[in-house]
Design a protein around this ligand. Structure first.
Ligand code: ARG
Length: 563
């Protein structure tokens, strides 16, 4: 049983006239230091009702409470402090983990309701940036965390495959491009055209008009424009798929912006019917003044639709298609206003489910304190990062464990895992300066450190012959094991908190924490010594391995058994 619940149940027998079990559970705190106990209950809020000083209330509760199942219960000033029966609690936790295996910490909160996650969503004809990497790995981790909490996530890659930039690209291609050049190295070549277009357009603004005109042709179904578009899209997507492959991240849908072309009238008609569409300098807009937001542009002067129009159509499509509980958008914080506008327009149109749309923003990755941008050429190519990380992992393994079987595979799991973990261990909104050496550092607070802790646990289990311990005697009296046991017991609550906060970093930080506690325990105890607690110690090692492996899996990182 959950430790908080055990404490709340005990308290409820004394306080049943004042508070419910759930109320009590909400008030239970963790004492600052473990010498004050494992859980504490403050009595201040009872003073008025009971007309007694909190100190007195705490003392009275201790006198009355049934202490069975606890090491002791004491009053410390206004607090009732509970010391859990470590042997019993520890044995229960180990038994539960060994029984449940990877399913430990699963819950059914989500009742299988659908949650579409708009994630990754890179732009065709541009390289996948570090920002898109963040969206990809955060979205993927949230999807795994949703499943663990009983939801059904739908991973949607809302590809940026439509918009005026395609018009510009077509103009550039027709002026300076060659088919062979694009085929040889699609994205780099297309980016080159794009950068050149922007440079030349500075001196020659007429190019921008041509770009807009070509995009209009595309929207109107012009055959040449359509062919070029499809070709650019296919070539780009191939490169993206290659990266997703390396990250081992899959999608349920690649319906990008273009998918909504034939679903745009519905949006425009709805807004028209509700009398929300107004003309402004030839363009069609929705006024959002009452939300304190800038106007949302729905159609350009030339009738072309916008990013916003396509997002409105996508939101409505997803509601219809998935009848979602929540609809997530894992998109950088710089688009916060866009999503506020999106929700506001839907709300104005009378769609109550607009409130279930959730923008899940994340911070910027900078280089030397500066923003990345395709136009300026200040970009980090994800492929380079992954390649370098795997190379570094390879060197480390050759150094430490040259005879390891499947070296290549493990190096890949460690290198790619390092990149993913580094991204996820930061709270989403924290911006960070990107520094490759930092990402692939294999000591300190890194993914490889967690992987290594797990590999060491597995190596002990191998030495012991991988015993089946579910039915063994699992009581541990060794006080040094307590920190690790307690953390193991907190995993189910951690899984819930990660979803509640939409924060994969909660899981990453937990995994680091557990690794540290376990390594400390491991350094100070002789696990394989033959005595009557050997099974319990091995069970602890096995439980650590199960929970570390599962934590890494939630983040989208492999846990090699040897490295
Ligand atoms: N393609 C966009 C970009 O790279 C992100 C799209 C996010 N998703 C959305 N539904 N707007 O900035």
């Amino acid at each position: 049983m959950d430790n908080k619940l055990q404490v709340a149940n005990a308290l409820a027998t004394v306080l049943k006239d004042q508070l419910s079990v759930a109320d009590i559970q909400n008030k239970i705190e963790m004492p600052k230091t473990s010498d004050l106990g494992d859980l504490a209950f403050p009595t201040f809020m009872l003073a008025k009702a009971l007309r007694k000083a909190p100190q007195q209330i705490a003392a009275d509760i201790v006198a009355e409470i049934d202490q069975t199942g606890f090491e002791k219960v004491v009053a410390t000033g206004p607090y009732v402090n509970f010391f859990l029966d470590k042997k019993l609690v520890g044995a229960n936790i180990l038994h539960e983990i060994l029984t449940d295996g990877a399913a430990y910490g699963n819950n059914t909160d989500g009742e299988m309701r659908n949650v579409p996650i708009d994630m990754s969503s890179p732009n065709i004809a541009k390289p996948m940036s570090m920002g898109h990497l963040r969206s990809t790995v955060i979205g993927n981790a949230l999807a795994n965390i949703l499943v663990k909490n009983g939801y059904n996530p739908v991973k949607i890659n809302h590809l940026g495959d439509w918009g005026t930039q395609f018009g510009k690209l077509m103009v550039a291609y027709k002026m300076w491009g060659s088919e062979a050049e694009v085929k040889a190295d699609p994205i780099n070549t297309l980016v080159g055209y794009y950068v050149r277009f922007h440079e030349e357009a500075k001196a020659n603004p007429e190019l921008d008009d041509q770009g807009r005109a070509w995009f209009k042709k595309l929207e109107d179904g012009d055959v040449e424009a359509q062919q070029l578009w499809k070709w650019f899209r296919d070539e780009s997507l191939q490169e993206f798929l290659n990266i997703y492959d390396q990250l081992e991240i899959t999608f349920d849908s690649f319906n990008g912006e273009a998918f909504y072309n034939d679903k745009m009238d519905e949006v425009v008609n709805l807004l028209e019917d509700k009398g929300l569409l107004v003309e402004s300098q030839g363009a069609q807009i929705v006024d959002l003044e009452k939300y304190n937001l800038p106007v949302a542009m729905i159609k350009r002067t030339d009738g072309a639709t916008l990013y916003m129009t396509r997002d409105l159509a996508a939101a409505m499509y997803r509601k219809r298609e998935y009848d979602f509980d929540k609809s997530f958008y894992v998109v950088g914080g710089e688009q916060r206003e866009h999503f506020q506008q999106l929700k506001a327009v839907l709300k104005e149109a009378g769609l109550a489910w607009a409130d279930d749309i959730e923008h899940i923003p994340f911070g910027l990755i900078t280089v030397d304190g500066k923003k990345l941008s395709t136009r300026s050429g200040r970009i980090i190519l994800l492929q380079d990062v992954l390649d370098d990380a795997v190379k570094l992992a390879n060197e480390q393994i050759n150094d430490k464990n040259p005879d390891l079987a499947n070296k290549e595979q493990v190096a890949k799991e460690v290198g790619v895992g390092a990149v993913i973990f580094h991204d996820l261990q930061n709270e989403r909104m924290n911006s960070f300066d990107f520094n490759l050496a930092e990402v692939v550092r294999f000591e300190g607070d890194t993914g490889p450190y967690v992987q290594y802790s797990n590999a060491r646990a597995n190596s002990i289990l191998r030495k012991a012959g991988n015993p089946d311990l579910v039915n063994a005697e699992l009581s541990l009296t060794d006080a040094a094991a307590w920190d690790t046991l307690k953390l193991l017991g907190e995993f189910p609550a951690t899984v819930r908190r990660a979803l509640n906060d939409r924060e994969p970093s909660v899981i990453a930080k937990y995994a680091l924490h557990l690794s540290r506690a376990y390594n400390k325990y491991y350094a100070n105890s002789k696990i394989l010594v033959e005595d009557n607690e050997k099974d319990a110690r091995l069970a602890l090692v096995q439980a650590v391995s199960i929970v570390l492996t599962e934590s890494l899996r939630l983040l989208g990182v492999h846990a090699p058994k040897e490295m």
